[in-house]
Design a binder for this molecule. Structure first.
Ligand SMILES: [Zn+2]
Length: 328
């Protein structure tokens, strides 16, 4: 009898989004969760409910003008929906996921072009909305990247935190732009933003940003680190959050999901995965799950950006496991 196992790298119990760069190239149309997302959250533009989100894949090929603010909001909500699905206890201000918490606090997000900045809140007949400022071409272009989307998500979380009555002070020298105290068990709006960047940086919420090439990973890691250590830490006057250092594996381990097809007729197994260009993959095989039992299956393979596969002739032990490790 043969069996195959999908091995998940330690530290990421289950990566809810395998590879954020690939995810952000996809449109809402192809996502089965969008109906539920748009049921839970209404997106408005200058107060008017938006129901159409024109989008073509890959998103990097769209013109900046067609990558609209409502579409960007929906992309952010899609990431929120998936990124920590099934997890609990990782956000001190709520027992479950960011999605469930936001859903419990707000009815939607209104993108407005007539405001100076984002704020909480605006009331409509169907509930409370956070307001985010419409963005210019430069920022919407940046919102194709993980850093841009992450910045939007932590902003949505910040504004949503105000619903529960968390306000600002001016103690740090910025008028109504400070929070008096950082308390893990009572996180304020800036505290929530700090926390999200921390868990992304350390891979406690693993969106697979470590699956890109080294330069892109470093950009994302530095974005989260400076968000924590500079941008949000300085907003506190008493008990600032701790200074963080760069972890060895920013964003957590890159988890590569394998699809394995056994053929009895051909006496082989085909092992496939979605690869990223500029990354190298080494498929390994083992007859058991002993950590020292892994041997390389063929040579390392340079990612094509598409599906990469290797074929393994089945002989020998009646049970085998496969995994793919990423090399720099
Ligand atoms: Zn605020």
């Amino acid at each position: 009898m043969m069996a195959a196992a999908l091995l998940i790298a330690p530290g990421s119990a289950c990566a809810q989004i395998d590879n954020i760069y690939r995810f952000l190239q996809t449109c809402p149309d192809s996502d089965p969760a969008v109906a539920e997302i748009l049921h839970d959250f209404t997106i408005r533009s200058n107060g008017v409910i938006v129901t159409q989100f024109p989008c073509t894949e890959p998103i990097s090929s769209m013109t900046v003008s067609s990558y609209t603010d409502p579409l960007i909001v929906l992309q952010g909500l899609r990431v929120i929906y998936y990124m920590d699905r099934g997890m609990s206890g990782h956000l001190p201000w709520t027992p479950g996921t960011l999605y469930d918490w936001m859903k419990s606090q707000i009815k939607g997000i209104d993108v407005r072009s007539d405001v100076g900045g984002s704020y909480c809140c605006e009331g409509f007949s169907d509930g409370v909305y956070i307001v985010v400022k419409a963005q210019d071409d430069f920022n919407r272009d940046f919102d194709r990247s993980w850093s841009g989307v992450a910045g939007n998500i932590d902003l949505y979380a910040h504004e949503t935190r105000h619903v529960a009555g968390y306000g600002h002070s001016s103690c740090c020298g910025i008028a109504s732009g400070c929070d008096n105290m950082f308390e893990t068990n009572n996180l304020s709006a800036y505290g929530v933003q700090w926390w999200l960047n921390m868990v992304w940086l350390y891979g406690l919420i693993d969106v697979g940003f470590s699956c890109a090439d080294a330069g892109t990973v470093a950009d994302a890691a530095n974005w989260h680190l400076s968000s924590c250590n500079s941008v949000y830490r300085s907003r506190f006057c008493t008990n600032q959050p701790p200074l963080l250092s760069m972890p060895a594996n920013p964003g957590g381990m890159c988890v590569v999901r394998l699809s394995i097809l056994f053929s009895q007729a051909l006496s082989n197994a085909q092992i496939c995965w979605c690869s990223v260009t500029n990354r190298t993959y080494q498929v390994q095989v083992s007859s058991d799950l002993n950590p020292v039992g892994w041997t390389n299956l063929g040579a390392a393979i340079r990612g094509s950006g598409l599906t990469n596969c290797v074929t393994n002739t089945i002989t020998g032990p009646p049970r085998r496991f496969y995994r793919t490790v990423t090399l720099p």
